[in-house]
Design a protein around this ligand. Structure first.
Ligand code: CA
Length: 204
């Protein structure tokens, strides 16, 4: 899977490149948005890791433009911990995930692998688990082939749990992956979401 790293800080970029080199991903590195544009147009990029403060512009604007142009490559944004608003804006503008600097390299790789699994799930158009079927492209869910209407918060949670089935996840991991832009989500919020999800699914 080809990754494009857009990061102008050479120390951070080097650390990320060294880490990715030890994984199944291959990576190209650029330090400006104009180089990123060229790389995206000229090669098949499957994940973009995007720093927000770049010498020739704002990563958030770049992200917005990419989505407007119809580019749906998964994007992980790298935000500064003292700028929590960037996370909200990043997700509003179509980022798939966000990591606040400084972060653990193992966390970045875990997020990339999660995106890879999600992409594989999306490619097959539906996720089936016992009596449940999910069609992420259409945000449609079924129990025994009967449609169940789920609010987006429950749908995303269910999709995540199905994509990660067989892997034990802590509440904090769920929050970090699904709700990292939302400071109001705490561990007990996840319990509430899970209980709502159970009610929605088994009400029929
Ligand atoms: Ca920067």
């Amino acid at each position: 899977m080809k990754v494009l790293l857009v990061e102008d800080d050479t120390i951070i970029a080097d650390a990320i490149l060294k880490t990715i080199a030890r994984t199944e991903f291959s990576v190209d590195h650029v330090a400006t948005l104009s180089e990123a544009s060229t790389a995206i147009k000229t090669s098949e990029i499957e994940i973009i890791i995007l720093d927000l403060g770049l010498p020739d512009g704002d990563g958030l604007q770049f992200l917005k433009k990419l989505r407007e142009e119809g580019n749906h490559s998964p994007i992980i944004i790298l935000t500064a911990r003292d700028r929590p608003k960037d996370r909200v804006l990043g997700v509003d503008r179509g980022a798939d995930d966000c990591l606040a600097k400084p972060f653990d390299m193992s966390e970045l790789i875990a997020r990339m692998r999660a995106i890879k699994r999600r992409s594989a799930g999306r490619a097959s158009n539906s996720i089936i688990y016992h009596r449940l079927k999910l069609m992420p492209d259409h945000q449609a869910s079924f129990v025994d082939d009967i449609p169940v209407s789920l609010p987006i918060s429950q749908f995303r949670l269910l999709q995540y749990l199905l994509e990660e089935q067989g892997r034990v996840k802590t509440k904090q991991q769920i929050i970090d992956t699904l709700y990292c832009w939302d400071k109001n989500v705490e561990e007990n919020t996840i319990e509430v979401y899970i209980s709502q999800l159970r009610k929605s699914l088994w009400a029929i």
